[in-house]
Design a protein around this ligand. Sequence first.
Ligand code: PA5
Length: 462
Amino acid sequence: MRIDFNNMLDTAVGEHGITMAEVEAEAAKVPAVHAAMTAKKDEMAWRALPYNQDAIARDITDKGNWINDHFQNFVVLGIGGSALGSKALFTGTKHLRYNELKRAERAGCRFYVVDNVDPDGIQALFDIIDPAETCFHVISKSGNTVETMSQFMIVLHMLKETIGDDFMRNIVLTTDKETGILRNIANAYNMTPYVVPDGVGGRFSVLSPVGLVSAAVLGLDIQMLFEGARKADEKCTKSDLYENPAYMYAMLQTIAMHKGCNISVMMPYADGLANTAEWYAQLWAESLGKQYDLSGEIVHAGQTPVRALGVTDQHSQIQLYTEGPFDKVITFVGVENFDTVMPIPKPPIDVQDASYLEGQTLNKLIASELAATEYAVTQAGKMNMMVTLSELGPVELSEFLFFLEMATAAAGEFLGINAFDQPGVEAGKIATFALMGRSGYEEKAKELSSPKAQNDKFIFEL
Ligand code: PA5
């Protein structure tokens, strides 16, 4: 992996770029950032995942093989950090039409992630899978999440209807070691769930059983995922800013935020990385979007992540990125070697002025479009950086994901906020419990049902 930060600097983008004086001022915080990153072992237990899971990795690999031997489909039921890592691993490492391949061409089961409660979305999946032939991995660290629990209840009912009393055979659980409804269910049914270790928040859990069970079912070598993460870790634990790409990413983004760049665009030029951009969006948003800093001052910190996809979004968002406000930082991600080399042949008709494409490759085209767009936004004075992955495989992807986790944690330290909680998610969760009639939430239900002041002039019925 290569990361070039030069286009963040005023020397590349001009007056809206970061000056060396700004770098030096913010760099003064690096020793304190490093001390906090080193001290916060409990909150950052996810940093140990590439090193301390050899036994669990063997067990999960066996489980993945067993699932592939006994089922046709594998479905992850989870949301947020309990789902997005699996999605990133799936599209980032496997055939882009994996589920449409014949069984012999796949590592095993067809693979699905259900991370919404849209009834049509859930029904659409049930229309194409046979529950009896499907293994469901139910993931919830808290074990209480309303979306995951309701999906789970629907699946349990369906399994009981189709296969009778042995329905738990089709279920794998991952949850907290002690608490939550999922843990209680596991105890009641004598099941041994996989555990999300303490200090591993959902959005930092991709290398825990949360993502590893998916990896095993997809036939990935879990040790290769650990190898990639360790490669990133080796660099991202250095104390020196100029040797630590996570600190550099975090510091430059922090300076950019202070300069009013409140949007962080992640724009990979590879279909396989679209879900990695989605994973990053959650990681960056939920970790850094905070009302209070560590001393309790109101700061309303954070940078809105935006997912874009090259080249598709060159014909959608790039106009804004180039000519719109100076309010964003773009992280381009390129892949040097795709699995496929796709030549553009000479077609059997005269394509006239398009003939310059004959004999070239889509590989050259996508690389050229990435270079051209980087050039255009840089010329337009917009801050950007370039991440280059040599290829898309488990080592490269895991290295990138772990780097982003370290960068996010470090950004939390530069901003002086707690990157590991999510109090802003709670208000919506509580209101949902109240609206769905959960006991203990009666007061909130009353509050929600009381009439709101509203101006009818601002309501349209069409
Ligand atoms: O990153 C996080 O902590 C969240 O996105 C959670 O993963 C998400 O809310 C789901 O929570 P749980 O795994 O407890 O069901």
